[in-house]
Write a protein that binds this ligand. Sequence first.
Ligand code: SF4
Ligand code: FES
Length: 212
Amino acid sequence: MIMAKQKKMSEIIVQIDGKEVKATEGMTILEAAQKADIFIPTLCHHEKLEPYGACRICTVEVEVGGWTGLVAACLYPVERDLIVRTRSEKVDKIRKMILEFLLAHAPWSSQLQDLAQEYGPDKGRFEKESSFCILCGLCVRYCAEVKKKNAVGFVECGARREIRFIPEIATKECLNCKECFELCPTSYLQAAFVLAASLAFPTNSSPTALKK
Ligand code: SF4
Ligand code: FES
């Protein structure tokens, strides 16, 4: 009886795109939407990983207690009387701009191109700087959080930030794993190339250097 009462207390009804959705305290908007089969695009989210909030493509519009704002659905927790709009003029505009920026980095990504069909980004707003990596961190976080190997990590900061395989670990661990390749939203082959290059040239493992 007490347990049933507690269960009921932790249940929260939120409104997503005009639909009443049952959620549980602690859930994010993304989890509540997915449970109700409401689609929100994601690039850096993975159900086995801690929320990261890097790509912002999951931005939605929320309204609660008279406040309206744009939040990342993969991070923002549900709360009582929350109203969520997964598509609106503001949401579409921000997703369009994010895609313009990401496509400048990874123009061949089929996942980005699919999203581009929906949001129609303008070409050429951002300077082209193809690096294949959109720094979603899926590979880095998967290797650390799920595989517990830390064979791939981020190096440098700001515009110079990139992923790099740690040769001493990668040579031992990656050949029989490669689970991170499929997670990459931009290019499986490029990620494979970086790994292969790291393994072949462990002393010169900078992906940038090896691409030249
Ligand atoms: S290599 Fe791919 S999975 Fe790894 S951070 Fe870059 S875009 Fe994400
Ligand atoms: S999926 Fe939410 S910030 Fe990337």
